[in-house]
Write a new protein. Structure first.
Length: 444
């Protein structure tokens, strides 16, 4: 057994599958078995594996400039070019970009920049952040405080109150509705709860509301119609910034450039990672509006420097690979293609709604989840939902499909954007076999 401390793993169940190589949408284990990578790794390998252009971009940049930092006025072209490219793409006014290496550090950086900004404009008390139940925003200390999943918080004694995190309802109608409640009534109730909390806490103390436009690890929750419209009206009323965590939904995943486009959101802040470089090299981006950046300029001069930055912020190799990734997206019209293929994925997965185990099929574009339930009529969850979800994911793997159990007994799918309709048929065929295996398992 390796001396590795394995991430997000039961330490009594390590080293289950050794992935040795990848090509296109497929990966292969050390025994030569092929798997369709239905999760793009961890929601991230948008261009699949062994993409020659990305490998070449990394190689050329390593040969030219393998590393340079951006502290103290030093700069390099790939980083500046990437910042300008992103600023032109995002729906944020006069956007400015801070770069790191992961979605978690992108969200950490936002917390610090929010505090820096509000201190600079004379509102240091405006520091609380509203996050939702069943949200995922990372696992560093501050980002894990934003996250609303027990598994990422239990045992870590996180400083949630010190960070100033407030929690509001998850917008999941299927799981959160009251008996007889319509979707519209559900939206009115949970947005009413949001406004009541803001008033209770004091809007002058709240900096931002963070949300994944469509969630990932919490079960691929697609909020009901009208939810974001009402949320944004409330935030505007009380001068609270909308912070869109696009680490999963960014760059074509939902069938549009960004999840905010799909869900009709006008964000103030945005977080990116994963598909920014198709995850060939780690890189992240924290997007802030021009008004924040402008307000911070004099503060940095007064303090001597903006005292935040990473050794690998805007790493030139990562920036070069990200630039090539964005070039491929644009050249291949991949966002539009992902919309078309995504519609096909959602249509094919909807066929599972008649399966006796399936309570809900949900998603948008090339991200989806199939929720397994103990009682199809009532939607009652399994008593040991995690065991059922784990069995179902293993059954998928046994049939040559990698999925991921999330939110207990939901099976998530997030295939590469380059996946074809024929490969989606393959996904559905393999998942169908796994569902039948799971049905036999829970019927014992």
């Amino acid at each position: 057994m390796s001396h590795m401390v394995y991430p997000t793993t039961n330490f009594k169940a390590v080293e289950q599958l050794t992935i040795e190589r990848g090509d296109g949408v497929y990966v292969y284990d050390n025994n030569g078995n092929q798997y369709l990578e239905g999760m793009s790794g961890l929601w991230c390998a948008s261009l699949g594996f062994n993409n020659a252009e990305l490998i070449e971009a990394a190689t050329k940049q390593m040969e030219k400039l393998s590393y340079a930092h951006m502290f103290g006025g030093k700069v390099h072209e790939p980083g500046m070019q990437l910042a300008d490219k992103l600023a032109a793409m995002v729906p944020v006014d006069n956007a400015h970009i801070f770069m790191g290496s992961s979605g978690s550090d992108a969200n950490d950086s936002h917390i610090k920049m929010l505090r820096y900004y509000f201190s600079a404009i004379g509102k240091p008390e405006k520091r609380k952040i509203i996050a939702r139940e069943r949200s995922y925003h990372g696992v560093t200390v501050a980002a894990a405080c934003l996250t609303g999943l027990p598994v990422n918080q239990t045992g870590f004694d996180l400083p949630i109150d010190a960070i100033g995190v407030l929690r509001t309802d998850a917008p999941h109608y299927y799981r959160g509705r009251l008996e007889g409640e319509t979707e519209a009534q559900f939206v009115d109730r949970i947005t009413g709860n949001l406004e009541a909390m803001i008033l209770r806490e004091g809007p002058e103390t709240i900096a931002a509301f963070i949300a994944e436009p469509i969630t990932g690890a919490s079960g691929v929750i697609v909020p009901p119609a009208g939810y974001y419209e009402k949320v944004q009206a409330i935030l505007a009323k009380y001068d609270i910034l909308f912070w869109a965590d696009e680490v999963i939904t960014g760059f074509g995943r939902t069938g549009n450039d960004f999840g905010v486009t799909t869900m009709d959101i006008k964000p103030d802040l945005m977080s990116f990672a994963k598909q920014l470089s198709s995850s060939y090299v780690p890189i992240s981006a924290s997007v802030i509006p021009g008004k924040m950046y402008d307000a911070m300029i004099e503060e940095t001069a007064k303090n001597g420097v903006f005292g935040h930055g990473y050794t690998y912020s805007a790493h030139p190799v990562a920036a070069a690979v990200a630039l090539k990734t964005l070039e491929i997206y644009e050249r291949e019209n991949l966002f539009a293609k992902a919309a078309e293929t995504g519609d096909y994925l959602q249509t094919r997965l909807a066929e599972f709604r008649d399966h006796p185990l399936v309570g809900e099929v949900r998603g948008a574009g090339m991200i989806a989840a199939v929720e397994l339930v103990a009682n199809k009529e009532t939607g009652a969850a399994f008593e040991n939902a995690g065991a059922v979800g784990g069995f179902a994911a293993n059954a998928c793997q046994n049939h040559g499909l990698i999925s991921r159990p999330v939110a207990g007994s939901s099976l998530a799918l997030c295939p590469p954007l380059i996946t074809t309709k024929a490969q989606i048929d393959e996904i559905v065929e393999k998942m169908g076999k796994a569902l039948d295996d799971t049905q036999a398992f829970v019927s014992k």
